[in-house]
Ligand binder design. Structure first.
Ligand code: S3P
Length: 457
């Protein structure tokens, strides 16, 4: 039986904590270390299940990886050293693993098949299958009815498992110019990873700049890549040795995990919380800008940069009064795409209407996060209206205790816990919280250290 969280209303939160290593940077650190020539050491690794899924895929392709707490040692095999996996590659719950790996695997001389859990099996893969096929990859998924889906019909939906056929001697992926219909770091990174092996350049343009960890790491490793605004250009035929040596990288704390203690601290006036060493890459800090628009300042004390030159800082919240509601849309939404559940939990405390727009992507995350947040907010007595591409949350009222399901989505479970901390009287229960371990293994313990009344049973 899956674990549950039992949470009671909290007074102000106080203390200094660390959050797990950044999940997005963790995946990419493993990928670039596995493809390096020689040994790499990655510190600050989260140990979350999503990152471990990526490690498992590389081990299955002959890359020695040793995980020892927050330190990972990888014996890189070089860009062309991956071996054919003997079995299917299990991506678990991790969309990032599947979409980034698909780019890499499409360029190999061996075939592969990637599977995922029930949630991942419902997530759209046409967004990577189409552009990969357009550059010559042999990749296909399944329709909802279980038939082969190549996405050639633009209306056709493509779901996992994904099957990738090998390129034979003499075949190579082609260069591509691709205008991405949605801003997505997973699609962008998939295309850049496949682009490392292509015969020509990869030129991408996205509607807004999504997180740029892949670009930063590639540039640090000497890959001939340039960015300008929403455009990225990778030309592997340019003056390039065609590989890189092992790295020593530190993964900063995950702002997407920090979002929950930050939101809780702002919702519970009188809180004073410091989060140590959190990544503050500008393509990820939409939540901090949103807080500022709500009238709440989160202090930043710069710390040494993390893997790939990632900006890192200690974050400090001293909350005196409840912040006011504000709108989230457009470019801001893209820069806080994973933080919307946390923002909704804070919106419940903020007098006024928090309007979230341009957020259709949230419907295809680990769950339909618009529908699930609407359901959870309603259970806690927070009035809200579900929109096709967003949500309106009417904040500032009294919350009531609730019993809710996470629906297997880690961020829904954690947002529900932050709502439960704001309830005046009574105990709330969040069911099915094993999923929290995908990104934040010590969630309850971390909140207890801040004085919250939260137990995992
Ligand atoms: C991620 C990109 C985002 C984000 C996901 C992690 C990444 O997805 O929601 O949690 O590491 O590249 P999209 O690229 O689909 O927006």
């Amino acid at each position: 039986m899956s674990a549950k969280l039992v949470v009671r209303g909290s007074g102000p939160l106080r203390g200094r904590i660390q959050v797990p290593g950044d999940k997005s940077i963790g995946h990419r650190s493993l990928i670039f270390a596995a493809l390096a020539r020689g040994e790499s050491t990655i510190t600050g690794f989260s140990g979350g299940e999503d990152n471990l899924a990526t490690a498992g895929c590389f081990r299955a392709m002959g890359v020695p990886i040793e995980v020892d707490g927050e330190t990972v040692r990888v014996d890189g095999v070089g860009l062309r050293g991956l071996r054919m996996p003997r079995d299917v590659l299990d991506c678990g719950n991790s969309g990032t693993t599947m979409r980034l790996m698909a780019g890499l695997l499409s360029a190999q001389r061996f075939g592969s098949r990637m599977v995922g859990d029930a949630s991942l099996t419902r997530r759209p893969m046409g967004r990577i299958v189409r552009p990969l096929r357009a550059r010559g990859a042999f990749i296909a998924g399944l329709t909802a009815e279980g038939k082969q889906a190549t996405g050639e019909d633009p209306e056709q939906k493509v779901f996992p498992p994904l099957s990738i056929a090998p390129l034979v001697e003499g075949e190579q992926l082609a260069g591509i110019e691709y205008d991405m219909p949605v801003a997505s770091a997973q699609v962008k990174s998939c295309m850049l990873l496949s682009g490392l092996y292509a015969a020509g350049p990869t030129a991408l343009n996205e509607p807004h700049v999504s997180r740029d960890h892949t670009e930063r790491m590639m540039m640090e490793l000497g890959v001939p890549l340039q960015t300008m605004g929403t455009m990225v250009y990778l030309d592997p035929s340019a003056d390039w040795s065609g590989g890189w040596d092992g790295v020593e990288w530190r993964v900063p704390g995950d702002l997407s995990s920090a979002a929950f203690p930050l939101a809780a601290a702002l919702a519970l006036p009188g809180s004073r919380v410091i989060l140590e060493g959190v990544g503050v890459n500008p393509t990820r800090t939409g939540l901090l800008d949103h807080f500022r628009l709500m009238g709440a300042e989160v202090g930043q004390v710069p710390k040494p940069e993390g893997a790939g030159g990632e900006l890192t800082a200690d974050l400090e919240v001293h909350s005196s009064r409840k912040p006011r509601a504000s709108m989230i849309a457009g470019e801001l939404l893209v820069r806080m795409i994973d933080e919307i559940p946390a923002a909704c939990a804070l919106a419940a405390a903020a007098p006024g209407v928090t309007e979230i727009l341009d957020a259709a992507e949230l419907r295809v995350k680990e769950s339909d996060r618009i529908a699930e947040m609407a359901r959870v907010l309603t259970a806690f007595g927070v009035p809200n209206e579900e929109l096709e591409d967003g949500l309106r949350v009417h904040g500032g009222g009294e919350l009531k205790p609730a019993e809710v399901e996470s629906k297997g989505d880690h961020r829904i479970a954690m947002a529900a816990a932050v709502l439960a901390m704001q309830v005046g009287e009574g105990e709330s229960t969040i069911h099915d919280v094993d999923c929290v371990a995908t990104s934040f293994p010590n969630f309850a313990e971390t909140f207890r250290a801040l004085g919250a009344d939260i137990r995992e049973v």
